[in-house]
Design a protein around this ligand. Structure first.
Ligand SMILES: [Fe+2]
Length: 172
């Protein structure tokens, strides 16, 4: 358990929950690296593959940022297995298997799977940004806010790709 100067920290009752959520997110980001590699390899559209590769690099940066967050709290970064991410990536795997012979569907399926991941991450980072703010962990709040913004951008980019290529039928 982390030793913090909990006495002079506002909303100290949130501390354990905050740290637990940070461990969950760190685990989730590490798990996602593997998933993004697979999604990039399965994408048919160049734009989608590039989006996955870009987000892979962003995710590596987000892991570094989480390390800095733990450091700002005087803690060593430690992740734990994220069961939600495990489930989301297992479903992505299923979709890849199911639609690997239908390239016109596969990209749409990959976008759906990736957006579920992004929405999970947006919810998670949204919570820890709020906790950091309530406990006045200014540096942590700033770092986590940067990642939250990246996750939202990625979600929007995926929507854009879905609308511009993957889901749209020319003959509709
Ligand atoms: Fe992320």
């Amino acid at each position: 358990m982390a030793k913090m100067k909990e006495g002079n920290m506002p909303n100290a009752h949130l501390h354990e929950l905050f740290v637990d959520e940070l461990k969950d997110i760190l685990g989730a980001e590490r798990q996602l690296l593997k998933g993004l590699k697979k999604m990039a390899a399965s994408a048919g559209s160049e734009k989608l593959r590039t989006a996955f590769e870009t987000h892979y690099q962003q995710t590596e940066g987000q892991i570094e940022r989480l390390r800095a967050v733990f450091e700002s709290l005087g803690m060593t970064a430690r992740g734990k297995k994220c069961k939600a991410m495990e489930g989301l990536l297992a479903e992505a795997d299923e979709l890849i298997e199911e639609f690997q012979d239908s390239p016109e569907v596969l990209d749409a399926a990959l976008i759906a799977a990736a957006q579920k991941v992004e929405h999970y991450e947006i919810a998670s980072y949204g919570c820890v940004v709020t906790y950091a703010s309530l406990m006045e962990h200014t540096e942590a709040k700033e770092l986590l806010g940067q990642t939250l913004a990246e996750e939202k951008e990625t979600d929007e980019l995926l929507t854009e790709i879905a609308m511009s290529e993957a889901n749209v039928s020319e003959t509709a």
